[in-house]
Ligand binder design. Structure first.
Ligand code: PLP
Length: 420
């Protein structure tokens, strides 16, 4: 099925006489007629529902839909995008391990990798995603467990060369994790060699700013028995000696993430939020089409405006990411544009405060047009060096172009530029 059909038809499929709309299973727990049955579920929790801290029928329907949209073997919802990244990385990294990440990623993820995971004894080396394969290879150490990047980086708007990163990862027997938050339905990273996909479902997947959530999608193709990951090939003492790879094969990563990590960390998505997420997913491909079309027009306008110093949007003629965008994002590059005005930080603040239609909020990838000044908000905690590595200047403005009529968006942007 095509994305528009998957978005509407995958996941919940009512049987004869059942509700047309997916029910919300608002229950922490599930009833069984015998202790023996519950005991069997503890032997293999994939055989039924036990407790909504790690699995719930409403969440399962949505997980199935997202796995289908990404072309993965399975998915697990999480309480936030941050939780998805945390659970995915720590599913295979322990104290003493190391991983490599593109430097040009979301500021919260930089913080998680550089500060919090470091406190847990997990080290991350950040690399320039546009560096040569040889240079990126030099960051890999004997204890490296994975490579991480964002399809379209927030807010640098750089496009990841997924095939290049997958090649480096696989040559070293490592998986590639891709945060595809900005490009759902526009890019399917598994088709280019990614092994695990992460989304903040708070963004385009929900699209209406009503829920915080995340998801981990497993491509089901990585060989976790390649000798680098004893956590899949040796018994898990916390689960009566289960050997994930032996018991669950291609779904070993996802099932360990649910049975072990989610059981212990408890950062699962609620049934209510999963229901709301499903509403958003139903129109995701339609919205993405409009976001891309509107943003491309706004980017063209900004690109030639005399008050604008520079614009980052991959479809623009001068963009260094135009070729990568044509390869990985042929139907569009999302609604997010980053640009800098002549006059730096002060001009940015005047522009943002003059917008009448666009909302000044700490959010991105919403159906409504939003604007944000990353250096004083989402990336405030980063040092100047980290800001530079993440591709952020003090005057950078992030405009998340929504699905309003393009003429209204252009009128608003034009009048605000006039006020600078
Ligand atoms: N990944 C990207 C690319 C993001 O933009 C964000 C949030 O902005 C996150 C992850 C974190 O997601 P959440 O806010 O749902 O925790």
């Amino acid at each position: 099925m095509r994305p528009e059909t998957i978005a509407l038809r995958a996941g919940y499929k009512p049987q004869n006489g059942e509700p047309h709309t997916m029910p919300i299973y608002q229950s922490t727990t599930f009833e069984y007629t015998s202790s023996q049955h519950i005991g069997q579920l503890f032997d293999d929790p994939t055989m039924g529902y036990i407790y909504s801290r790690f699995a719930n029928p409403t969440a399962s329907y949505v997980e199935e839909k997202i796995a289908a949209l990404e072309g993965g073997a399975g998915a697990m919802l999480t309480s936030s995008g941050q939780a998805a990244t945390m659970v995915a990385v720590t599913n295979i990294c322990s104290a003493g391990d190391h991983f490599v990440s593109a430097a040009s990623i979301y500021g919260g993820t930089v913080n998680l990798f550089a500060v919090t995971l470091k406190r847990f004894g997990i080290d991350c080396t950040f690399v320039d995603q546009d560096a040569s394969e040889e240079e990126i290879q030099r960051a890999i150490k004997p204890n490296t467990k994975l490579i991480f990047g964002e399809t379209i980086a927030n807010p640098a708007i750089s496009v990841l060369d997924i095939e290049k990163f997958a090649r480096i990862a696989h040559q070293n027997n490592l998986p590639l994790f891709v945060d595809n938050t900005f490009a759902p339905t526009l890019c399917r990273p598994f088709e280019w060699g990614a092994d695990i996909i992460i989304h903040s479902t708070t963004k385009y997947m929900d699209g209406h700013a009503v829920l915080v959530g995340g998801v981990i999608v497993d491509g089901g193709t990585f060989d976790w028995s390649n000798g680098m990951f004893p956590c899949f090939t040796e018994p898990d003492e916390s689960y009566h000696g289960i050997i994930y790879h032996q018991q669950y094969g291609k779904l070993a990563f996802l099932i360990k993430a649910r049975m072990q990590m989610m059981r212990d960390l408890g950062a699962f998505q609620s049934a209510q939020n999963a229901f709301l997420l499903d509403l958003g997913l139903q129109t995701l491909p339609l919205r993405m089409e409009r976001h891309c079309k509107n943003a491309a027009q706004v980017a063209e306008l900004l690109d030639v405006h005399d008050k604008v110093e520079s614009v980052r949007y991959p479809t623009l003629k001068g963009s260094p990411y135009r070729d990568l965008a044509q390869k990985y994002l042929p139907s569009g590059c999302s609604g997010v544009i980053s640009f800098t005005l002549k006059g730096g930080r002060d001009a940015a603040v005047r522009f943002i405060d003059s917008l009448k239609l666009a909302s000044n909020v700490v959010h991105v990838a919403d159906i409504r047009t939003l604007v944000l000044h990353p250096a004083s908000s989402t990336h405030r905690q980063l040092t100047d060096e980290q800001l530079e590595a993440a591709g952020i200047t003090p005057g950078l403005i992030r405009l998340s172009v929504g699905c309003e009529h393009i003429d209204d968006i252009i009128e608003d942007v034009t009048q605000a530029l006039g006020a600078v």
